[in-house]
Design a protein around this ligand. Structure first.
Ligand code: AMP
Ligand code: MG
Length: 350
């Protein structure tokens, strides 16, 4: 695959033009967004979208997010939008918020996995926006990783998963947010948070009032892609769930000692203060910034999971942040990464 380095703040028009031609002719282009790297194809081209599923190994029942460059493009892919679309788009678009609305005829079934709805987002990244604008079509783009693996936050991760099986990779450096967008179903009242992500539930509630969190199990899953095991490295993940920093450190040391006694290779992903408790043990430690700086942890999480995997860790101990703000998205990703039960069961993240 060809890789082109682009300036993430001001990509050169020739590179964007080349990428847009590939999209228009039915090819696949990986590109950076503010959340993670996306693997894009023309959302209105059935064959091109099929290519995404094929190379990701993504099941066809898992619908894709359709990326737009402006709210004007929504008219093309949505049959209608409910009133709360407007305050939400004004406040969060472009940004890491995906809204589920009724789809128009023009969107092929493969893009939405046969659902009567479509998920739309306007990414807040100059490269992604320029690419969509220049292509002149909505771009369906899931994360540019093989299905089930940790999402890619750098071009290197995309290469790790795909080698040269996609047409073009735009390398715009590391992504800023590091976890995927929040997915909100606004066809329901109150709106339902299907996936926590870059925009927090609290921020959304400031704009539209109460939001329900989809907890799974209570009814047919409205967001088919939310399989319990996801985002997972090869290593086993062990979670420490303590709001008190000292208790978290104690639990981590206990878990780490147990694993070391079994002769396992252990990695740890933890805030600086907690990680310092095991600095004398033979463990690979990845610090994620100070306790409470969960945005920093979000940025680094997938990268550290991949890197510990690369080192051959048998087990990775991770500290869970409290379920607020971006913490909810991190918990969601880590709980899914650690899941070992029936892949068809539902999962509660709160
Ligand atoms: P990804 O593209 O991997 O970030 O995943 C996007 C996720 O958004 C999917 O796995 C679905 O769970 C969710 N999604 C996409 N389209 C819809 C839709 N029409 N209705 C509900 N959820 C959706
Ligand atoms: Mg994904």
């Amino acid at each position: 695959m060809a890789t082109i380095r682009v300036n993430p703040d001001d990509p050169d028009p020739a590179s964007i033009k080349r990428a847009a031609e590939i999209i228009r002719s039915g090819g696949l282009v990986a590109f950076p967004t503010e959340t993670v790297y996306g693997l894009g194809a023309n959302a209105l081209d059935e064959d091109a979208v099929y290519g995404i599923f094929l190379i990701k190994g993504r099941p066809l029942w898992d619908p894709l997010i359709v990326h737009l460059s402006s709210t004007d493009m929504v008219k093309l892919v949505a049959k209608s939008v409910p009133d709360i679309f407007h305050p939400l788009s004004e406040r969060f678009m472009p940004g890491p918020l995906t809204l589920v609305v009724e789809k128009s005829e023009i969107v092929p079934d493969i893009t939405t996995a046969g659902l009567p709805t479509v998920a739309v987002r306007i990414p807040n990244h100059p490269v992604a926006l320029a690419l969509i604008r220049e292509s002149g079509v909505p771009i369906a783009a899931p994360s540019a990783n093989r299905f089930g693996r940790p999402s890619p936050t750098s071009a290197h991760h995309v290469l790790e998963d795909f080698g040269d099986s996609i047409d073009l990779l735009l390398d715009g450096g590391e992504t800023k947010i590091g976890v995927e967008s929040t997915v909100l179903d606004i066809t329901r009242t109150p709106p339902v948070l299907l996936r926590p992500g870059g925009v927090s539930k609290e921020e959304i509630e400031e704009v539209v009032g109460r939001v329900e969190v989809f907890r799974g199990g209570t009814r047919v899953a409205p967001s088919p892609g939310m399989s319990p095991r996801h985002y997972a490295p090869r290593a086993e993940i062990l979670l420490v769930d303590e709001e008190d920093m000292k208790k978290a450190a104690e639990d981590m040391v206990k878990k780490a000692s147990g694993l070391l006694e079994k002769g396992l290779k252990v990695g740890v992903i933890a805030p600086d203060e907690v990680a310092s408790f095991i600095s004398n043990l033979p463990i690979s430690v990845r610090k994620t910034g100070r306790w409470g700086e969960w945005g920093e942890m979000a940025r680094r999480l997938f990268r550290e999971l991949r890197s510990l995997d690369g080192e051959g860790a048998d087990a990775i101990i991770c500290i869970l942040p409290p379920p607020r703000g971006i913490g909810l998205a991190i918990r969601d990703r880590l709980i899914r990464a650690s899941f070992k039960g029936d892949p068809h069961s539902s999962l509660t993240i709160l």
